[in-house]
Design a protein around this ligand. Structure first.
Ligand code: HEM
Length: 416
């Protein structure tokens, strides 16, 4: 048996908080290993990096998601009882609910709704001195997602709900500081908001389109043949709305990439293959989910290393998306990279890997690609704007990453 290289500290939780995306890849580089052991929150933890490790991580006979995500993430980002923490048959049935919503027609419809919301927003931006692009796009996506799900959104409460959803996403990596507490309160409020809608629909006091997402979650029968309890239903509705709002991060990075690499602006609107490649490079380079967690189901050995039952294992997403064994000059943004380099379900994992229906891979990848494309089209063909001088730097060790200024634009002009 080979000894797993060790990250020397008694407990590395503070280093993880400080280093974020860099925590696993830096240690793998230093220890010259795709695996190392460490202690996080005083619990022994194995960290994995790279394509071969991703293949292992998605082997469901070896890993379980039950009890893997830290409680803090459940109280903020994911919620309790959602699909993320399920295994086996329970996961398959719940995941089917999400997958059945990701039809080509539904993806097209979300893109059309987002395009309408962009038009309204661009029109309003013309009258503003400045627009904080990241915040404004979050609101566009919230409005589009709620219309898509047939989820009633009271105009007076858009800003409040948007701030809460944004807080849940932003609180994911803030330790137990104010970002965490803000996220926790935001989740409680958001689950109460959606939970109330769920109860009114089930009691026949609110009518919504039966084919759309809100109703589908309300009436979904789980593996035990029962409806979800109100809170779990709210968690799953938020599992559709919250990440659609989170796509605003990628859209902001796409706008930043267009600003820093203006050579792509000319050809993107007319070259569909290049647009596909550019969107994938945005998702790879600006990948903002640092790692995933699972637990060892039963003792096993991999490449001579022993994995004891119950051990927490983290898979490095950020570092795997930048592994030089898979990507040439991985730390540079190359808009046409994906026209030349081959991605697979284990080396390109910004939203998880393996198969969507049978594994935990994100069911929202098609939404993500579609909404980034809508945004690029709007930025390049539907508006003129200026990017004034501002702090466009990214603190890569912040979880989740975002440009310091949140990308401010001004002098917006709508184009016909
Ligand atoms: C799972 C990232 C957008 C719904 C995941 C996972 C990641 C991820 C890393 C975990 C994969 C795993 O555990 O193996 C992202 C990012 C997004 C995004 C970075 C874009 C900003 C979306 C969208 C939706 C969505 C738009 C829904 C409309 C979900 C759900 C899961 C998930 C329900 C849990 C799946 C499961 O456990 O089987 N996402 N996601 N995500 N995502 Fe996304």
């Amino acid at each position: 048996m080979t000894t797993i290289p060790r990250d020397g500290k008694l407990d590395s939780s503070l280093s993880l908080l400080r280093e974020g995306n860099h925590f696993i890849p830096r240690r793998c580089q230093r220890l010259r290993s795709d695996i190392f052991q460490t202690r996080l929150l005083f619990e022994p933890t194995l960290c994995l990096h790279g394509e071969a490790a991703a293949r292992l991580f998605y082997d469901q006979s070896r890993f379980t998601r039950e009890g893997a995500a830290p409680g803090m993430l459940k109280k903020t980002l994911f919620g309790e009882g959602g699909v993320q923490g399920l295994d086996g048959e329970a996961h398959r049935i719940r995941k089917q609910l999400f997958m059945s919503l990701m039809t080509a027609a539904n993806i097209r419809e979300l893109a059309e709704l987002a395009t309408e919301e962009w038009r309204v927003a661009i029109d309003a931006w013309q009258r503003r001195d400045q627009v904080v692009f990241f915040h404004a796009v979050q609101e566009i996506h919230l409005r589009a997602a709620c219309r898509w799900a047939d989820l009633p959104l009271c105009e007076a409460e858009v800003v409040k709900h948007c701030a809460d959803i944004a807080a849940m996403i932003d609180g994911a990596g803030g330790g137990v500081g104010w970002r965490y507490w803000r996220a926790r309160r935001a989740r409680i409020r958001s689950e109460a908001w959606i939970g109330d809608l769920v109860e009114r629909i089930r009691a026949g006091r609110l009518e919504v389109d039966k084919e759309r997402a809100l109703s589908r979650v309300c009436w979904h029968q789980d593996a035990d043949g029962q409806l979800l309890d109100t809170q779990t239903a709210a968690v799953e509705v938020l599992n559709l709305i919250r990440p659609t709002v989170a796509i605003a991060r990628y859209v902001t990075f796409a706008a930043l990439a267009l600003h820093e690499h203006p050579e792509w602006r000319q050809s993107l609107p007319t070259d569909a293959a290049l647009l596909d490649a550019f969107v994938q490079e945005v998702r790879r380079y600006y990948s903002f989910f640092p790692f995933l967690a699972a637990r060892v189901r039963a003792d096993f050995t991999w490449q001579g290393y022993h994995f004891p039952r119950g051990t927490r294992v983290l898979l490095d997403l950020f570092g795997t998306n930048r592994d030089p064994r898979s990507w040439r000059e991985p730390d540079t943004f190359q808009g046409d990279r994906f026209l030349r380099e081959a991605a697979n379900a284990y080396n390109f994992i910004p939203q998880g890997g393996d198969e969507h229906a049978t594994h935990h891979r994100c069911p929202g990848e098609w939404f993500t690609e579609a909404l980034i494309k809508v945004a690029i089209e709007q930025l390049l063909t539907r508006m003129r704007y200026r990017v004034p001088s501002q702090a466009l730097d990214i603190d890569w060790s912040r979880t989740p990453i975002i440009p310091t200024s949140r990308f401010v634009i001004d002098q917006v002009q709508a184009l016909p």
